[in-house]
Design a protein around this ligand. Structure first.
Ligand code: A3P
Length: 288
């Protein structure tokens, strides 16, 4: 299977069963966003599936029956992928859809709609670590030869969906829009209950305390790891090799400290500082 990239409007995509020029063109130019849609938008490995689980549970007021009976990728299809586009027709409104697209190629119809976006941002050092393990187990992506090689590709933006820095800077242009909400993976970790309450407020959902407790309980790392509809163990082995790792892997903040050398950390900080210097938002991992 090919692991070469092709470019769509300057962004890297794999030439594989997930992506095609036609599907990306459709996603950008023809896809009809509905006013009551909610989009979970992330750079890969930022906590996308965690948010899908949270929103699935919000939909059912905390009842896990739906999350435990329908695979996560059908609950919130990945709208720019070939398969996701074929799955969307079965999604009942209000739809929750997922995307990793950078800002400049996101669905044009979004920008004239009332649809909402939840954008999750994660400490990029932890994203590199998470990507490293994920790319080893996913069979249709390039296998990382080594951690230093992946780190360099990450800093150069030479990866699927290009640069994390550009992704974040692109989407943060929306930060003052009333239909755009951003939250960090680290905030979800530090205070999941409060995060769920903030998400409810953004979505106009009114859950009582016990329903919020259920959302928190059933979207926890352990609950998702146990839920075969959410842990990707049901997926075809030719797509994700479960012998090489787990999709719901470690779920912690700061795992980069177990992987980066001092020199790699200094180098990363230098690139980060330069690339993020114009963004007037301080993420709290910057203090640690
Ligand atoms: P790690 O590899 O660091 O463990 P995405 O869904 O965007 O691909 O992100 C995957 C990352 O989110 C993985 O990180 C995964 O373990 C973590 N994750 C998934 N569900 C989680 C949960 N309920 N709580 C915390 N982390 C979770």
């Amino acid at each position: 299977m090919s692991v070469e990239f092709f470019k769509y409007k300057g962004v890297n995509f794999y030439k594989n069963i997930l992506y095609s020029e036609e599907a990306l063109n459709f996603a950008e130019n023809e896809f009809q966003v509905l006013d009551d849609d909610v989009y979970i938008v992330t750079y890969p490995k930022s906590g996308t599936n965690w948010m899908i689980e949270i929103l699935s549970l919000l939909r059912t007021n905390g009842d896990p029956t739906w999350s435990k009976s329908i695979p996560i990728w059908l609950r919130s299809p990945w709208y720019e992928s070939i398969e996701g586009q074929s799955q969307i027709k079965d999604v009942v409104s209000p739809r929750v859809l997922t995307s990793h697209l950078p800002f400049h190629i996101f669905a044009k119809s979004y920008f004239t709609s009332k649809a909402k976006i939840i954008y999750i941002i994660r400490n990029p050092k932890d994203i590199v670590v998470s990507l490293f393990y994920f790319n080893k187990m996913i069979c249709i992506y390039k296998d990382p030869q080594s951690f230093p090689e992946l780190l360099e590709d990450f800093l150069q933006g030479n990866l699927l969906y290009n640069s994390w820095f550009d992704h974040v800077k692109g989407w943060m242009q929306m930060k003052d829009s009333i239909n755009f909400f951003y939250i960090t993976y680290e905030e979800l970790h530090t205070n999941i209950r409060n995060s769920v309450i903030r998400i409810c407020k953004f979505l106009g959902k009114d859950l009582d305390d016990s329903q919020i407790d259920l959302v928190v309980k059933h979207s926890s790392f352990n609950a998702m790891k146990e839920n075969k509809m959410s842990n990707y163990t049901m997926i075809n082995q030719d797509f994700m090799d479960q012998n090489k790792g787990s999709f719901i892997r470690k779920g912690i903040t700061g795992d980069w400290k177990n992987h980066f050398t001092i020199a790699q950390n200094d180098y990363f900080d230098e690139v980060y500082k330069e690339k993020m210097k114009d963004l007037n938002v301080n993420f709290f991992w910057e203090q640690s």
